[in-house]
Design a protein around this ligand. Structure first.
Ligand SMILES: C[S@@+](CC[C@H](N)C(=O)[O-])C[C@H]1O[C@@H](n2cnc3c(N)ncnc32)[C@H](O)[C@@H]1O
Length: 285
């Protein structure tokens, strides 16, 4: 079996998963903003609910695995609470190590009038141990000056940068899924698949399980299956899990379009770019 989609509360699915079972947990939890799929809670209650899920995710995580918790701000009457700050201590107290606080920068969102418009969110990447999977080559990005050479010393005349590309750094410029994005569904805040692809490729190997407790319309599952990993996730809203299943079925038929990982950011001065691509996945029963 390479896919398990669970309709219901993620804690119910988590209770069925053995210890040390998954290599990567990647998720974007509710932000306590009173969206269709959540009730705005007192902040302490929200944090306790998150703590219960995080504890279970740590339990099911393999010793060389990673947890990526993608969050933005909780906003209350114009006052912001960055959720990575609010949640960091939970991971720290469970003995996890923060490896990167990745800044995901995007171009579109609400226009604020009493503060600067928010155009980034973060991914906290934690590992359970010091020995963890980290594959840099599959996620390298093109060098700025690929033909630059050493101009003196024993390496004079040889390429000074890695021809496979450079480390993508901890600031990722990836468009968020707004109305004209090729992956847009009815979900109000879905992941772009390419954001999860970068995590899947660098933090797991083929055949590993990738888990998303707050799966929405299945973007994490798609990113995992596209790259030959296994995918498991929970979603409490039936309409979103239905869309997740439809997207996966389309991808099995080779009819789902996603934004390619190597597509540049839209530049009105140079509108020609790599077009969206169809993906094809295989799901083992
Ligand atoms: C920020 S969205 C995640 C969207 C997802 N990353 C995607 O690409 O579609 C959070 C999701 O968690 C779901 N959710 C909220 N509480 C849940 C729970 N206790 N168990 C499972 N899913 C839950 C919501 O319905 C919502 O779809």
């Amino acid at each position: 079996m390479s896919l398990k989609l669970f309709e219901g509360d993620c804690l119910d699915l988590l209770s069925q998963i053995p210890d040390n079972f998954v290599k990567l947990v990647v998720t974007s939890p509710p932000y306590n903003l009173n969206k269709d799929y959540e009730n705005k809670l007192d902040m302490n209650e929200y944090i306790s609910q998150q703590e219960a899920v995080i504890k279970e995710c740590v339990r099911i995580l393999a010793d060389d695995g990673s947890i990526c918790w993608q969050v933005g701000n909780y906003v209350d009457n114009g006052k912001i609470v960055p959720l990575d700050i609010a949640l960091y201590n939970i991971f720290d107290s469970l003995g996890l190590s923060l490896r990167n606080r990745i800044v995901w920068h995007f171009g579109h969102g609400l226009h604020a009038s009493k503060r600067f418009s928010g155009r980034y969110e973060v991914i906290m990447w934690f590992t359970k141990n010091d020995e963890y999977i980290f594959n840099l080559d599959p996620v390298r990005v093109p060098q700025k000056y690929p033909s630059k050479k050493h101009f003196k010393g024993p390496k004079r005349g040889k390429l000074s940068c890695n021809p496979k590309g450079k480390n993508p750094s901890d600031v990722w410029d990836i468009p968020n899924v707004k109305s004209n994005h090729v992956e847009k569904t009815a979900h109000p805040c879905q992941f772009p698949v390419e954001l999860v692809e970068r995590l899947v490729l660098s933090l797991t190997n083929e055949g590993d399980w990738v888990f998303d407790p707050f799966m929405g319309v299945g973007s994490t599952a798609l990113a995992a299956l596209i790259h030959g990993r296994k995918a498991m996730g929970a979603e409490i809203m039936p309409e979103y899990i239905k869309i997740a299943k439809e997207r996966i079925l389309l991808a099995q038929l080779g009819k789902l379009r996603i934004r390619p990982m190597n597509r540049g950011i839209f530049d009105p001065k140079n509108p020609k770019n790599i077009p969206p691509k169809f993906v094809k996945i295989e799901v083992e029963e």
